[in-house]
Write a protein that binds this ligand. Structure first.
Ligand code: 1PZ
Length: 218
């Protein structure tokens, strides 16, 4: 049946993963999450990584030009998965890097967390642009505008130039819907759900840096 075929679209899998994660930020877990007999404060790194891993399915819809973005994103998430074997929470890795003054050091956990957070925010911004005007708005225009707002200020000239060139190879709006197995109605609902679920997580990550007097201008 048609409805059954849509039950598990890639977008829905991602959206539900982030809704589950956002639930962990709501009280009473916000104050205290229990892990066996050991209690930890804050969002668990393994839970965060698990949700971030789901994003990878989106890359499959974008085509070869975004292979580099995929490799970049996946390698950073994988690094955080490694960290989650040693560190319980997101704030644990921030505290480690603050202590070692390696927060912004290339390849550090805190820097990779910041990059992954920018990726999540970019997807949120793309969805927001994509839904802003129905029908006549192309994925290329939506993604270009979102990238300019969210990521371009923090990327090198070389990366920005490559990304803007790659935008011309993005699928059309209709091709994307087809590849995502979504209709105009279902995509709107599912993108909005991701936008709402990712917001508190993005804000939570930003606050971790701000609380440690780290500016977010990088
Ligand atoms: C369905 C929507 C399609 C829109 C596609 C838009 C894709 C934008 C791609 C952005 C590519 C960024 C590539 C490289 C960035 C690197 O400069 C930094 C280096 O960090 P460093 O090692 O210096 O600390 N890497 C990152 O920022 C890692 C994450 C970037 C990937 C985010 C992609 C988000 C997902 C897009 C939709 C699937």
């Amino acid at each position: 049946e048609e409805d059954d075929a849509r039950l598990n679209t890639p977008l829905l899998v991602i959206t539900e993963a982030f809704e589950d994660l956002a639930d962990l930020l709501k009280p009473p877990c916000k104050q205290r999450c229990y892990l066996g007999d050991e209690s930890v404060d804050g969002l668990r790194l393994d839970a965060f990584c698990n949700a971030c891993t789901h994003v990878s399915v989106l890359f499959g819809c974008l085509g070869f030009a975004f292979k580099f973005a995929e490799m970049e994103y996946v390698s950073k998430v994988r690094d955080l998965v490694e960290a989650s074997k040693t560190f319980n929470t997101l704030q644990n890795i921030l505290d480690l890097d603050v202590e070692n003054t390696t927060v912004k050091k290339p390849g550090s956990y805190s820097r990779n967390l910041r990059r992954v957070r920018q990726g999540l925010d970019l997807i949120r911004a793309i969805f927001e642009q994509f839904l802003m005007t129905n029908e006549c708005y192309s994925l290329k225009d939506a993604a270009t505008k979102a990238y300019t707002q969210v990521c371009a200020p923090f990327h090198t000239w070389t990366v920005r130039t490559a990304v803007y060139a790659g935008m011309y190879t993005l699928p059309t709006r209709d091709q994307l819907l087809l590849r995502l197995n979504e209709t105009d109605q279902s995509v709107e609902k599912n993108m909005r759900r991701y936008m709402e679920a990712s917001r508190p997580i993005i804000d939570y990550i930003d606050k971790l840096y701000i609380d440690r007097n780290i500016k977010l201008d990088w």
